[in-house]
Ligand binder design. Structure first.
Ligand SMILES: [Zn+2]
Length: 239
């Protein structure tokens, strides 16, 4: 059970420990123009379809960060896929428990035009020419009453994810599974999020998960993210 928020150094140490323990390829990707790196972890047979999962885009949303670590440490990722994982996209925000990065940027608006933040540029560069069978971004919402998600796909994965979270006993928010129009959303937020960029360029199935950071304890939010990720993976078909 994860009920405490580790420091960023602890996160780095635990991910790097998986190099040996779980045959995980863990590296630090340089953020050009900023004195920091991003953890990038890859596992699975490279010939398998690739799933990408990001967490920690907003530094005050720790549940996704802990859920992704827990799934990796427990070797609970579906073996039908290989993975590219971004364990904590916003290290300086995570350290300070702020939504924005140390540069004052909401990173989830900076994935357009090749990346308008050092963190987004690092990810966009690493993702060049890569395509994914599924892309997930793990977030939290301090106004939500329960779990909900954004789905940018043509199937019913978001709805199945909500059913699985509900069946696990976690509360679901009235918003349920939102399906925003990607072009309108980009105009409204004034940029591209991780999910919008991937939906546009690299992944036909892209979802963003949200757990309620105010109304639910951290351990329960971590558990809800884990259920949601596993449900999304199990609902993803491979030709
Ligand atoms: Zn967020």
């Amino acid at each position: 059970m994860t009920s405490q928020r580790p420091t960023y150094l602890d996160l780095e140490r635990r991910w790097k420990a998986l190099r040996v323990a779980a045959d995980m390829r863990v590296r630090e990707v340089a953020c050009v123009g900023a004195p920091r790196t991003l953890l990038c972890a890859e596992c699975g047979d490279p010939s398998l379809p690739v799933v990408t999962i990001a967490a920690g885009m907003h530094g005050d949303e720790p549940a996704g960060v802990l859920a992704l670590l827990e799934l990796a440490e427990e070797n609970a990722l579906d073996p039908r896929f290989s993975y590219r994982l971004w364990p904590c996209v916003n290290p300086t925000g995570y350290e300070r428990a702020t939504r924005v990065s140390a540069d004052g940027l909401d990173l989830n608006r900076t994935f357009g035009r090749g990346g308008a933040s050092p963190e987004a540029r690092a990810i966009v560069t690493a993702n060049r020419d890569r395509t994914y069978v599924l892309a997930l971004d793990l977030h939290e919402d301090d106004e939500a009453e329960g779990f909900y998600c954004y789905a940018y796909d043509d199937g019913g994965i978001g709805e199945r994810v909500l059913e699985a979270v509900h069946a696990s006993g976690a509360p679901c928010d009235l918003r349920g599974c939102l399906r925003p129009d990607p072009h309108r959303e980009a105009a409204e937020i004034g940029g591209l999020s991780f999910s919008l960029l991937l939906r546009r360029n690299a992944s036909a199935r892209t979802l963003t998960f949200e757990t309620p950071s105010r109304s639910m304890e951290l351990a329960s939010r971590v558990a809800a993210h884990c259920v949601a990720v596993r449900a999304a993976l199990s609902q993803t078909t491979v030709k």
